[in-house]
Ligand binder design. Structure first.
Ligand code: GLC
Length: 798
């Protein structure tokens, strides 16, 4: 039982038991178009497809109190004039009871105050561009209550970047009014979206192409569309709006100014009575918007709302049914069966677009991020992942370079010159092919970002060939403006510094290509070419990048080596060791030695640091990593994403105990044993945990949107439990802690279900001694593709 919350018994909800969590703990309700971030006190913002260009509600940046505004409902007792927020924020009146349950695609906040019990269930239906707040109020007192309810949101609407930068000029374009016939507030922005291509900008007479609507299913007795009328004074805030204090909204429309949606519902709720109603907010196309909302209101009856909640539940059940595990460890089960999967789905949907740490204004979709986010998604929804791989292919230029980040809808991107980007596409293709066996995909044609087109296979070649074309004299790829470590951005900017990690990644891609082309009997010439390159890089790496006990990490433009015992700071880097093993560059003794060096020099009680010793002195010949606070981010924090690669590397050399120890101690639930110290959400991975070089050692940073989610799910399912899809079958190759007696996995794979049970009577970390398939003795551990819609049992004794 944590101080602020814990998982429900079935693990399907995280229950927050007090509102004043160390940081806002959020959840996502997303359907691929309409996206909402929802905090445990009703905070968070909403957007349609892209948070920069099509924002619905505002987030006030860098302000205190944090996490404002939000989706609020003020409740006012008209007899006493007292009002409060059932979500605690923004009024902050102490509630008699409070509980927030974050679930799969919804958040419920329960509270009670002076006998009025409430539950607000916020969710986004899987098939509509809107969010619904399903609300139940109950009067548990023995007197009738005369209440006014004030549902409230603050709209942007439209271009959120412009909204932030161009205040107050942007305000002259905003309009909002109440339609008494339909009982709804409509708001829009006649200023268009800056980043749309020119031909699109004038499609809607130059206006933002959407209207947002805000309505209640209760009778609406008054409204306000002008935020400043609602709040009443620049020296008040949503904590004490004048109109709520007075108990009467002013029926303000808005043409110029700050837009809000505020509704007033006057109700008498009898003693013992329950009242159910909904608030709906969504986005419709500008053309013909009124007809669209009429249609929505007709369709969304109370029954439809209930059905939509059932559909949401079914959607997640079905999605996650691809794989279910039962291990001796409840925390692991909860993560692998529920929460890690949810995080993978959210990352896949929103990439780096919008979180509490990604403000929704500048980053968009990360090329390397999305390539990795989709890896673990393929098993749940291969067709959706395939579409995203194709979208990524379209972000590649004909020379094999790529956008580093890109924006949906406006279809623009930013090129940053990171050296690693092109190598992530072949990795995504590899995972897709192994899950599906859909080799025709390689021949599908996609356009390049600068025109022309090529097959997916050609895209992979171009990415790999591009990286190989930019190498040093000794055949190590160049660092350029940074690699996976974004913040090593100054060591290679003059085109001389090299990246050991990119060399290792290149080898991973080459190995995949050689294996896959050979298997599918394609392009023998390319196979020969890639074999040669692989050998050259492996040899050079082992000749000149081995430091005696570990691998170097990079060289600077002046040729000096970093990640060596000779350096004062940044002597050893985690990624260079893990990827040396993953790529097959480090074998036998060296593999053991370099991973042992990580344990010796980088490990801490919350996982291994990304590098050490931390940079104390800034170094403009290395990068901004050296100017980050020691212990934070890329300067010696425990970056959870590379921890996953370290776990993977240990499973490759069959060290189940070490792999599991690292996996277990970096589980969010374990890291947040002291929830005040970890501070961020205990149910999802964060990007990094603050390292021992910082006084906030153990605090989580950047929760939710991180490549950690995808890779940790792969660590659990594929690398530790050992369920590995291959082109021609499903391999079961356990690499587990030796004290486990047994575990089970049910895995759907290419239209069959594999019911796998593994027994470990001899307490081993890996290795298999007896195998049965459907009750018969079976040779080896690669099980055939049955493609028969049936269940098959696999019994393994280690
Ligand atoms: C963040 C970025 C990712 C990058 C990592 C290290 O997680 O999203 O792309 O590789 O930081 O810089």
């Amino acid at each position: 039982m944590g101080k602020y919350g814990h998982f429900s018994e079935d693990g399907l909800e995280f229950i927050i038991t007090r509102p004043d969590t160390p940081q806002p703990w959020i959840n996502y309700a997303v359907n691929g178009k309409y996206h909402a971030l929802i905090s445990n006190t009703g905070g968070g913002y909403s957007y349609y497809i892209t948070p920069r260009d099509s924002r619905i509600t505002r987030r006030r940046y860098n302000c205190l109190p944090e996490d404002r505004p939000g989706r609020y409902v003020y409740i006012r007792d008209n007899k006493t004039g007292e009002y409060y927020s059932p979500t605690w924020q923004p009024v902050l009146k102490e509630l008699d009871s409070y509980e927030c349950r974050h679930g799969l695609g919804y958040t419920k906040i329960f509270s009670s105050y002076k006998g009025i019990k409430s539950c607000i269930n916020y969710f986004v239906p899987i098939d509509a561009d809107m969010e619904i707040w399903k609300i139940t109020l109950e009067n548990t007192t023995d007197e009738d209550k005369d209440l006014s309810l004030f549902p409230y949101v603050e709209f942007v609407p439209g271009d959120a970047l412009d909204d932030l930068i161009e205040q107050p000029n942007n305000s002259h374009f905003r309009y909002a009014d109440y339609d008494p016939q339909e009982k709804v507030i409509y708001a829009t922005n006649k200023l268009g979206v800056s980043f749309l291509p020119e031909e699109e900008q004038y499609k809607d007479e130059g206006c933002w192409g959407k209207y947002v609507f805000f309505t209640s299913t209760l009778d609406i007795t008054a409204y306000d569309c002008n935020r400043d009328h609602f709040i009443g004074s620049p020296y008040r805030s949503e904590a004490n709006p004048l109109r709520v204090e007075k108990g009467q909204l002013t029926n303000s429309m808005l043409n110029s100014g700050h837009v809000c949606g505020a509704l007033q519902n006057n109700i008498i709720i009898k003693a013992g009575e329950k009242l159910k109603f909904c608030i709906m907010m969504g986005a419709v196309d500008r053309q013909d918007y009124k007809n669209q909302t009429c249609q929505i209101f007709k369709e969304w009856t109370p029954e439809r709302v209930e059905k939509s909640l059932v559909d949401l539940k079914k959607y997640y059940e079905e999605l996650f049914s691809t794989v279910q595990v039962n291990t001796p460890n409840d925390r692991v089960n909860r993560m692998l069966n529920i929460w890690n999967k949810l995080q993978v789905k959210v990352n896949f949907t929103v990439s780096r677009d919008a979180s509490r740490f990604h403000g929704g204004l500048s980053y968009g979709m990360g090329f390397r991020d999305t390539s990795q986010d989709l890896l673990a998604m393929i098993m749940f929804d291969a067709p959706a992942a395939k579409e995203v791989i194709k979208e990524l292919a379209r972000q590649m230029f004909s020379d094999g370079t790529t956008y580093h980040n890109f924006f949906r809808v406006s279809n623009d991107g930013i090129k940053t010159g990171h050296s690693d980007d092109p190598l992530w596409l072949p990795l995504a293709v590899q995972y897709y092919l192994k899950e599906t066996g859909d080799f025709d995909f390689l021949d599908e044609v996609e356009e390049y970002a600068d025109g022309g087109s090529g097959t997916i296979l050609k895209h992979c070649y171009r990415g790999i060939d591009q990286v190989w074309s930019k190498r040093s004299e000794r055949n190590i790829p160049l660092m350029l403006n940074g690699d996976w470590n974004d913040d090593l951005n100054e060591c290679g900017k003059h085109g001389k510094g090299e990246s050991v990690m990119v060399a290792e990644q290149l080898c991973v891609d080459l190995k995949f290509m050689i294996e896959m082309l050979t298997y599918t009997k394609r392009d023998p010439q390319k196979v020969e070419e890639y074999k040669k390159i692989y050998e050259i890089v492996v040899e050079e790496m082992n000749k000149s990048c081995w430091d005696g006990k570990w691998y170097h990490r990079f060289t600077k433009d002046d040729g000096s080596v970093m990640g060596s015992y000779k350096n004062e700071q940044g002597q050893i880097y985690l990624n260079a060791q893990s990827w040396a093993v993953i790529s097959g560059i480090a074998k036998d003794e060296r593999a053991i030695q370099c991973l042992d060096s990580v344990l010796e020099h980088l490990d801490s009680k919350v996982g291994p640091r990304i590098c050490a010793p931390a940079y104390i002195k800034s170094d403009a010949t290395i990068g901004i990593a050296t100017r980050e606070a020691p212990g934070k981010k890329e300067n010696a924090s425990i970056f959870n994403h590379p921890v996953a690669w370290f776990i993977q590397a240990n499973t490759i050399i069959k060290r189940g105990n070490i792999a599991f120890e690292q996996y277990y101690k970096t589980l969010p639930e374990v890291l947040s044993e002291d929830q005040d110290i970890f501070a961020v959400e205990p149910y999802v991975y964060c990007e990094y945990t603050t390292g021992p070089d910082h006084k906030e050692f153990g605090e989580g940073g950047h929760s939710w949107l991180t490549g950690t989610a995808s890779w940790m799910l792969l660590c659990g399912l594929n690398f530790i439990l050992g369920i590995k899809p291959k082109y021609d079958g499903l391999v079961v190759d356990p690499c587990i802690p030796s004290d486990w007696d047994e575990y089970e996995v049910v895995r759907k794979f290419r239209n069959s279900t594999y019911k796998i049970s593994v027994k470990n009577p001899n307490h081993k970390e890996s290795g298999i001694s007896e195998v049965k398939l459907d009750g018969e003795t079976f040779e080896g551990n690669k099980f055939p593709v049955f493609d028969d819609g049936k269940e098959h049992t696999i019994e393994i004794v280690m």
